[in-house]
Design a protein around this ligand. Structure first.
Ligand code: GRF
Length: 210
């Protein structure tokens, strides 16, 4: 375990299937203390409430500018003594003050193999480009969008007859598997960051098992 407490916040804007995967992971779920969304109608909030996890709305429209929204979000997390943050389909840029409060302790999930296809429309962009392989990236959040050091990646093949929906479906399956693993490594203090390279230390059982 790391020195940082493993209390985890999950930020989500949408349906929250990745939040669900995190809540369902026995090593991660119990550490989630709050789920925050920028959208009051996000299904992720309902999923959190159904688990008895605090669900909070923090809307940019309620703040005069981006920086004060960022500070409000940071303060909300600090008040709850959060140690780590997982962005599970959070469709906003995380600001510098929030990032500074959680250095190397925020993970983002992206539906493409970064640095290919950053941005909001990664699945559409990959299809339109005609790539034969795309995938999933989990990375540490830094001050540039979809840019920080990479923790995990897995390829997904593009099929001849794929459309956005079918490709997104297979990407989601991979996300639900690799995001909880990466978040587990994060909250267990097993990510060692050296410049752009992240070493993921093995789980204790695996190491002891030889
Ligand atoms: C995921 O595909 C993630 O990569 C992207 O947003 C999507 C969120 O899906 N950033 P869900 O809300 O977890 O179902």
């Amino acid at each position: 375990m790391s020195d940082v407490n493993p209390r985890l916040a999950v930020l989500a804007s949408g349906t929250g299937t990745n939040l669900q995967a995190l809540m369902d992971d026995p090593q991660v779920g119990p550490h989630i203390v709050v789920v925050v969304s920028d959208r009051p109608e996000a299904m992720a909030l309902e999923r959190a409430r159904a688990r008895g996890i605090e669900a909070v709305v923090c809307r940019p429209a309620d703040h005069p500018d981006r920086a004060s929204h960022d500070r409000a979000l940071r303060d909300l997390l600090l008040e709850r003594d959060v140690g780590y943050v997982a962005l599970a389909g959070y469709m906003r840029i995380v600001g510098p003050e929030l990032i500074a409060a959680f250095p190397n302790r925020i993970l983002n999930l992206h539906p493409a193999l970064l640095p290919a296809f950053p941005g909001m429309h990664a699945v559409e962009d990959a299809l339109a480009w005609g790539v034969k392989v795309t995938g999933v990236t989990v990375h540490i959040v830094d001050e540039e969008v979809d840019h920080g050091p990479i923790v995990a990646q897995e390829p997904v093949r593009v099929r001849e007859d794929d459309d956005v929906e079918s490709l997104r479906g297979r990407i989601h399956e991979v996300e639900h598997r690799i995001f909880p693993r990466a978040v587990r490594a994060l909250i267990e203090g097993r990510l060692k960051v050296e410049g752009r390279v992240v070493h993921v230390l093995e789980e204790l059982e695996e190491r002891e098992g030889g």
